[in-house]
Each structure stands twice: as structure tokens, then as C-alpha cells.
Design a protein around this ligand. Sequence first.
Ligand code: SF4
Length: 284
Amino acid sequence: MDDVARVRPSDLPQLDRCRRRFVRTVTGSGLTHGPSTHSRRRFALANAVVDAARRAHAQAESEGVAPSEILDDTAPPRDLEAEERAVFDDAMAGYGDVADARGGRPVDPAPDAFPARTSRSGRFKLSVTIDVALVVDGITEVRRLAFGPSPHGRLADDPRARLTALVCGGTEPLRYVHVDVLRASASVVDTDAEERRRWGDELGPRIISALDEPEPAATPGPWCSSCPAVRGCPAIGASDLASPLSSAERGGPGTGERPGTDEAPGASESPTTGGSRGAAGMGG
Ligand code: SF4
């Protein structure tokens, strides 16, 4: 295992699906592929949107103007393709509306409130990306900028919301906001220290249990189609390796799951807490 395993929001669903994939992904052990070309394109677009949002908040704060005034004048990076540039412009307009309506003063991401923990086989940390952090009416608000709504019915059940709250929350109230930049909408969940303690008490032992398994169980399913740990998997035969989608197709409907090395279809390196820098937002 690496010195410190990184558990990202996109890893958590694998705890309930396939522990072998979960362990291999968070430890970086024996992975065969990284993000797809499609994912890399989305990362570039998402990076551009998040970077523009951060710059707009900083400039708006120093000049005393609304963030939308900055965002409206922000041109897309030249390395984006035509279709991506159109999405970028829509995102600037959508996030501008949300940013103006919510207000707030930009701040640096909060210090890590969920330090590395130790299992028998090593140490792990929760690793989340902070797209934008502000203080709004005295409460720290961490915003996720996404190209769609949260895929979870209740935002409090979104793994990204929980991990972000655990990493950034400390003892103070923390507000997590999922911003759909294309619809100019915001979903909000407020968390307090007691709720985060319960989340941490529930999640930590599950992660430790998986990491400490001598041979984490390989459980095939639709998620195999995107598994970066497929090589050598005892649940997948040689014929499956020759046709990697065959197991997934037998296991059920397609998934659209990303490779485990993708934190999300979002930006590349950007400020995070939780001990690493990972892909930024826009993943939904
Ligand atoms: S190929 Fe499927 S069963 Fe094997 S580790 Fe990956 S997700 Fe699990």
C-alpha cells in the first residue's frame, strides 16, 4: 500500500460494490488505466470554469463589484474546443447568477478536520476538492460547481457532500452547496459537528475494514466496465479481458462509471484539503 491511501468521493460507492476495486483504487495498487480521453476533456473544461469562478470571486471582492460582472467578461481558454467554449460561456452566466444571489466573502479552504487514520495495513485520508469556499452570513460555505444536479436524492446522502463536510467542518457549522452552473441553481445542505461525527463514525470503520482485508472480495457487476483494477481480477476471465465490456453487459445495464482513478469528471490539480490535490468539480 502507498504511505497514505486517498479516499475520494468517487471511491465510496465501491465500498458497497466491489471491495477489491475500492482497495486497489485508493491505494493506487495495480491499476491499469487512468482517466479516458473523454474524461480528460471534461477535466479541462471543468478546470477552466472553477479557475474562472475563483478568480472572479477574488476580483469582485477587491473591486467591490458583483461576481457576475467579472464572469460575464471572462473569455473561455483558447485550448477549449468550440462546443466546450459554448458550455463555458453558459457556465459563466449560470454561476454568475448563483454567485450574485448567494453573496459571500471568498476564503481559503478550511484546515483539514479529518486527519489521517490508521488501519492495520496502513494509513488513509479523505481527499476532497474544494471548488469555491466563502463565508456567507458568518457560515463557511463550500461550493461544488457541477454541470448538472447532484445524482443523489438528498444532498446529505451525496458522498462528496459528506466527505467535504468531514474534511472541512471542524467544530463549526458548515454549509455544502451543489451548484448546477448550467441551470443556475443551488442545492444546500447544512451540517453540524454532531452530524459529521456520526458520518465519520460510520464511514471510518468501513474503510478500515476494507483496507485490512487480506484479499478484498472481487464482486463483478456493471461497474466492471470502468474498473482500473481489472487486470488479474479473479472474478474476470481471460475472455472478459479480451472484451472488457462483456462482464458489465452481463451484469446489468450500463453504468457510465468512470475509472477509479478519476476523482470526478472535473478539473485537474486544484486546492484540496484532506491531504491531496485532485480533480476539481463539475462532476455532478
Ligand atoms: S473487474 Fe469487477 S470484480 Fe474485478 S476488481 Fe474490478 S470491479 Fe471488482
